[in-house]
Design a binder for this molecule. Sequence first.
Ligand SMILES: *[C@@H]1O[C@H](CO)[C@@H](O)[C@H](O)[C@H]1NC(C)=O
Ligand SMILES: *[C@@H]1O[C@H](CO)[C@@H](O)[C@H](O)[C@H]1NC(C)=O
Ligand SMILES: *[C@@H]1O[C@H](CO)[C@@H](O)[C@H](O)[C@H]1NC(C)=O
Ligand SMILES: *[C@@H]1O[C@H](CO)[C@@H](O)[C@H](O)[C@H]1NC(C)=O
Ligand SMILES: *[C@@H]1O[C@H](CO)[C@@H](O)[C@H](O)[C@H]1NC(C)=O
Ligand SMILES: *[C@@H]1O[C@H](CO)[C@@H](O)[C@H](O)[C@H]1NC(C)=O
Ligand SMILES: [Zn+2]
Length: 452
Amino acid sequence: MTLSIVAAVAALCAILADPAISVTSHPLLLVVSFDGFHPDYVRPDVTPHLARFRLASASPPYMRNVFPTKTFVNHFTVATGLYPETHGVLDNYMFDRHNRSMHYTYEQFHYNENVVPIWTQNENSGGGRHSGVMMWPGSEFPYQGKTSTHVAVYNYSTPWSSRVDTVISWIKDDKKPANLVFAYFEEPDNTGHVFGVGSHEIKNQIVRVDTTVKYIVERIKEENLENKINLILLSDHGMDTVTYDRIIYLDNYISNKTCKVEVTGPNAFINPNPGKYDEVYSNLKNASKTHGTFDVFKKEQLLDRWHMKNTDRLNGLLYVLAKPGYAFWDEYFKDLLKHTTKEKFKAGTHGYDNEEPPMRAFFMASGPLFKRNFTAQPFDNVDIYPLISHVMDLKQLASNAVRPNGTVAAVEQLLAERPGSRAGGPCAKGSLSVVACVASAAMTLRTASRYL
Ligand SMILES: *[C@@H]1O[C@H](CO)[C@@H](O)[C@H](O)[C@H]1NC(C)=O
Ligand SMILES: *[C@@H]1O[C@H](CO)[C@@H](O)[C@H](O)[C@H]1NC(C)=O
Ligand SMILES: *[C@@H]1O[C@H](CO)[C@@H](O)[C@H](O)[C@H]1NC(C)=O
Ligand SMILES: *[C@@H]1O[C@H](CO)[C@@H](O)[C@H](O)[C@H]1NC(C)=O
Ligand SMILES: *[C@@H]1O[C@H](CO)[C@@H](O)[C@H](O)[C@H]1NC(C)=O
Ligand SMILES: *[C@@H]1O[C@H](CO)[C@@H](O)[C@H](O)[C@H]1NC(C)=O
Ligand SMILES: [Zn+2]
């Protein structure tokens, strides 16, 4: 066999492995989050496109998330691979350093300046890598002074199809094509909060998610990116429903004369005034024992498995967590009640223990890097950062950067053996196994429709 045949076949392999030469030369990954999408929402009759997508994907029955099962907490865990106590985002609403209410601020996402989200690490890895982040919680703040090349700030009014079109334009950008993109969609969470799980309103949003997945896949095919792009669909948490008779009024046990409260749904931080810590704790403890509808924790009593307590942000605070199906009265519930009656009140809520099945997150991965129609073992969302870092071949973190808590061990099960993979497939650089290379290239063609 002459060298020129080897070279020709190698070139063919390169073309087949990388047909869309107008985009990044790096592996290409789009991560899409649908807020509050529980894995059980995928049903052939309601979400036919997601059901078919699963057949082309590697997916576990559910993904384990972190406590508290809240939006900012889990999205930042996905972005950093860190537990909440290390990245510092402990809830959507929390106390700032002056003990004032804090919601979506630079400070909230900068507990530790050495924490580097993966969209930043992608760009730090050089070689013309560019990140795009569409409305992902925490994405428009700079980290170590850097924001992603392409960023869109959260805007509820931006139509979902425009968000998808913008993401595609980032991937196809002439000068700075994105190789790693994150996109966020606020449903079915938003509607689920108002109407509860099982409502026809939330079902409509689940269908809207399905239609959007169809649109994303269509756009990928139109742009001829099918054999290039990898697509991960995921969520941050599920949802449960609270009726009015299961609302807990903390005001019955503690007062704003002795403490400040920062509450959202089933979770609350309580900051006792100077000298009032023991009194506030014993009042809450008594109420918790009497009613059994919530638990109260001193910082050091928070469960180890939550990986939430070892942070200065909880110094001097107490924490209360409602039992499943219960929640603390807050401003949001007050607004909801204005539009309904106590009898009909049914609010969706989340934030409970991450071991509660209704709080579970979903995950599906499709594209050349991933196995198809593969039911994986459940893994943790802290493992997504190492997964992305591994498949995108990112640079080692700087020595002062905070190393992720997740590992690639539990997510390697998702990965396809692929031609030209770094594991050394038959088309790997320097390989002379031409027959195997051509055979696997033909296989790539036969399985061309990656997303069904
Ligand atoms: C949000 O999007 C809407 C619809 O595209 C647009 O009219 C509005 O100006 C945007 N708001 C901001 C703050 O960008
Ligand atoms: C404290 O609570 C009382 C009764 O709930 C309320 O009227 C008052 O405005 C609150 N004070 C502050 C400072 O929030
Ligand atoms: C404990 O709670 C019960 C019921 O809320 C109340 O009647 C009782 O006075 C409380 N005891 C103390 C010591 O606060
Ligand atoms: C905030 O609250 C904590 C806990 O009660 C307290 O130790 C700290 O001094 C307070 N900080 C300010 C700035 O008030
Ligand atoms: C997916 O896998 C299941 C079980 O492993 C199998 O029965 C089914 O035929 C597969 N479907 C497709 C479309 O590959
Ligand atoms: C998580 O990672 C951080 C930073 O690498 C480390 O300090 C912390 O101990 C880890 N947490 C656990 C539970 O391993
Ligand atoms: Zn959420």
